[in-house]
Structures are given as structure tokens and as C-alpha cells.
Design a protein around this ligand. Structure first.
Ligand SMILES: CC(C)(COP(=O)(O)OP(=O)(O)OC[C@H]1O[C@@H](n2cnc3c(N)ncnc32)[C@H](O)[C@@H]1OP(=O)(O)O)[C@@H](O)C(=O)NCCC(=O)NCCS
Length: 387
């Protein structure tokens, strides 16, 4: 296995994008990543792209052929992967494996979703495809309601409160207000969250990630070649993925994600690191309860203490561990297929010292945690500054 480095990243501004379509967004992110890597498109050997529901949301399949064409990269192989909201990270891992194995040298990875061209109802139904169609969606469950079940059980088992969950949203909006790519560049108060409309009790509007358009891209090369392109290569020191049951009711516990626990254990093992070594993490806060569960599953605190840790400010910028400095899915937005690659871009900027107003003071090692559906897929990457 070869060591792999990230030498370029690019994002579009997340939000409601009326002036740019799917093609323009992913092409813009891809070209920004190539420019960031000082790399001509002619150097790229392969492309991996993640999108969850382009067929349902914009009627477009065969998206990686579209991207390669639009970016002028033909005839390189262009491969789509899909793993619901973890599509971007699974694409990242596919690109990582292609470079690590020696099959390809220079690889571009992209993630993209155009969600705002249809109604909230249509988006909810398309996102529902990440769950179990027969046992969950057909019975009326939606993603907010599945995560609401997890929240209720967490409150029951560990005494977690709605206010503790709300603290995650307040923190993530604070960070998003310092991120020019974020959908919501505004700070909010606890009161804003607590008084927002109920979506699926106990989750309110400000406990939910929004519906978002956006794209993200990254360029990977073997570490030994990275300095040809950049002075600040970021090494991928772990790339791990795990799976769990598609439906929530088949699980032993509603308050942990086994796939996240398994993927993080593997990742810490690959990197020879422990949770306390992580300085900055982008975790999958599709709903506030998901962030509380994520920090427990990743070992940043004991089981059941995610609410307390969040309320005490230990996940805020430059605290014990800076979590979701980009604003997370809540503040930065959640264009589902793009999210995993955006998390990688944020960690790359943090480790390079380029995160501007949200820069973490000591950012040597970063982690991303990206979940598909209610936890049937989880991917964890650990990055550090390349030597
Ligand atoms: C919460 C949700 C249902 C709200 O949708 P909606 O009721 O149709 O809201 P609208 O689109 O009408 O937006 C109304 C206002 O609230 C804002 N808003 C919408 N969702 C928001 C959110 N999650 N957080 C903060 N503000 C939000 C909009 O920007 C808009 O503001 P404006 O009036 O200033 O323009 C929707 O954001 C949602 O479904 N989120 C979850 C997405 C999801 O499940 N993702 C996958 C996770 S696994």
C-alpha cells in the first residue's frame, strides 16, 4: 500500500443555488480543487463521484460521465458511488484505495447534490430512500422521525435534554457564521432553537440540517509525489468504513451507531491514534442528536455524556476538541452527496492553517465521520499534515 495525500480541495458556496445547476456546481468545485492543487486536468487518471439521489431530485443519472465530460477529463474512467448521505465519503475512500493500491496516481473525487429544485415533500421522500422502504417509509417514517426516535431513547436512557441538543445547533451556527461557504452565516441563540417549529418531536426546525445545493471536490496523489503539487500535503492516515442494519428497529440499541463505532475503531487502529489525539473533527450532525451520538461513538466522551459535553462547551471552537468547525451539516448545509467531501475539505483547510476566522489554534490531526441513512453506513477518515 502506498501512502496517499490530498493536494487540493474545492467547494461551491452551499445554499439555495438558483443560478447554477448540478453540472455547474460540480464542475466549479472540481476546477477549484485542481487549481488548489496546481494541477492541469490532463494529469488526472481517474474520477470518483458521490451523489445520493440525482435521479429522483433532478432526473439525472450517469453523473460521473457528465462530470468527466463537463470538466474536460474524457476519456479517464469515471465511477459513481452511492451510499445515501455517506456517498461523498465512500467516493473519497474509493479514490484513496485506487491511489493506495497503485492502480491510479492522480485522482479527483467529487460529491454533489442539487436538492432545492423540488418541494420539501419530494426531498423528504427521496431522502427516505436511505432507510428501509418496506419497513420504515411505507409505514410513514421520515428521516426526522427516525432521528426523533433516537433522540427520545437517548433522553430516556441518559437524561439528555432538548436544551443540550440545542447547544449543538447554536455552536454549529456560530462556526458557520465564520465560514464563507456556509448556507447559514448567522449566529443563533438557544431560544431560537427551542422556540422553532416542531418537525418531529423532540426535534425542532433548528435541530435539523437544511435542504441544500452544493458540491465539493478533492485531488489525491501518492504522498511521495505530493510535493510536486503543494508545500502542504495532507496525508490520509486512516480510511475505514462499516455497515449496519438498514432499518432502525433491527438494531440492539437506538442510542449508538455500530457502524460508526466499528469504523472509528478501525480508523484509530490504522492511524495508531486514540480519540484524545484528535484536534478537530467534522461529524455527521444531520440532526443535533446525531452529533451527540457521534461524539460518544467516536470516543470523545463516555457513552451518554454527549449532551453534557456539548452543553459544557467542550466541542466548541478551540475547546477540548473542536467539532464541526465548518458549521457542520446544521449550519454549513447538507447537500447529501457532497457532505463527506466537504468534511474532508474543511479538515484540509484546518490542518493547513487556512480556516480563517474559524481556525483551530492547534490543528495537527483531524477526523471526518460521515453517516449514510440512520447509520447503515459509516465512513471515518483521519488526516494529518504530511511530512
Ligand atoms: C426542517 C425542514 C423540514 C424545513 O423545511 P420547510 O419547512 O420546507 O422550510 P422552508 O424551506 O419553507 O424554509 C422556511 C425558512 O426556514 C429556513 N430553514 C429551513 N430549514 C432550516 C433548518 N433546517 N435550519 C434553519 N433554518 C431552516 C429557510 O431558510 C427559510 O428561511 P427564510 O424564510 O428566511 O428563507 C427541512 O429543512 C428538512 O427536511 N430538513 C431535514 C433534511 C434531512 O432529512 N436531511 C437528511 C438527513 S439524514
Amino acid at each position: 500500500m502506498r501512502k496517499v495525500a490530498i493536494v487540493g480541495v474545492g467547494l461551491t458556496k452551499f445554499g439555495e443555488s438558483w443560478h447554477r445547476g448540478f453540472r455547474e456546481m460540480i464542475t466549479e468545485a472540481g476546477i477549484r480543487a485542481l487549481a488548489d492543487a496546481n494541477m492541469p486536468g490532463s494529469d488526472i487518471d481517474a474520477l470518483y463521484g458521490g451523489t445520493m439521489a440525482a435521479g429522483r431530485l433532478i432526473g439525472q443519472e450517469h453523473i460521473t460521465a457528465l462530470i468527466a465530460d463537463s470538466m474536460g477529463l474524457n476519456p479517464i474512467p469515471a465511477t459513481r458511488v452511492e451510499a445515501a448521505c455517506a456517498s461523498g465519503s465512500v467516493a473519497m475512500r474509493a479514490g484513496y484505495m485506487a491511489v493506495a493500491s497503485g492502480i491510479h496516481d492522480q485522482v479527483v473525487v467529487g460529491g454533489v447534490e442539487k436538492m432545492t429544485d423540488v418541494s420539501t415533500g419530494e426531498v423528504t421522500s427521496a431522502l427516505g430512500g436511505a432507510g428501509d422502504q418496506e419497513w420504515e417509509l411505507f409505514m410513514g417514517a421520515t428521516f426526522p422521525s427516525l432521528y426523533a426516535l433516537m433522540a427520545r431513547r437517548h433522553m430516556h436512557d441518559y437524561g439528555t435534554t432538548e436544551e443540550q441538543m440545542a447547544h449543538a445547533a447554536v455552536k454549529n451556527h456560530y462556526n458557520a457564521a465564520r465560514n464563507k461557504y456556509a448556507q447559514y452565516q448567522k449566529e443563533i441563540t438557544l431560544d431560537t432553537v427551542m422556540k422553532s417549529k416542531v418537525i418531529s418531536s423532540p426535534l425542532k426546525m433548528f435541530d435539523c440540517s437544511p435542504i441544500t445545493d452544493g458540491a465539493a471536490a478533492a485531488v489525491l496523489v501518492p504522498l511521495e509525489k505530493a510535493r510536486k503539487y503543494t508545500d502542504t500535503p495532507i496525508e490520509i492516515v486512516a480510511s475505514a468504513q462499516a455497515s449496519d442494519t438498514l432499518s432502525l428497529h433491527s438494531r440492539e440499541s437506538l442510542t449508538r451507531l455500530n457502524a460508526a463505532i466499528e469504523a472509528s475503531k478501525k480508523a484509530y487502529g490504522q492511524a495508531k491514534l486514540k480519540p484524545s489525539d484528535i484536534d478537530v473533527a467534522e461529524v455527521h450532525d444531520c440532526f443535533t442528536i446525531a452529533e451527540l451520538i457521534a461524539i460518544e461513538d467516536l470516543g470523545f466522551c463516555k457513552k451518554g455524556e454527549g449532551g453534557k459535553m456539548t452543553e459544557q462547551g467542550e466541542t466548541a471552537l478551540n475547546s477540548k476538541i473542536s467539532v464541526n468547525t465548518s458549521g457542520g451539516l446544521k449550519g454549513c448545509g447538507h447537500p447529501v452527496g457532497a457532505t463527506g467531501v466537504k468534511q474532508i475539505a474543511e479538515i484540509v483547510w484546518q490542518l493547513r492553517g487556512e480556516a480563517e476566522k474559524r481556525q483551530v489554534k492547534k490543528a495537527d490531526i483531524g477526523l471526518t465521520h460521515n453517516v449514510g441513512g440512520s447509520g447503515a453506513t459509516c465512513v471515518v477518515h483521519i488526516l494529518k499534515r504530511g511530512d
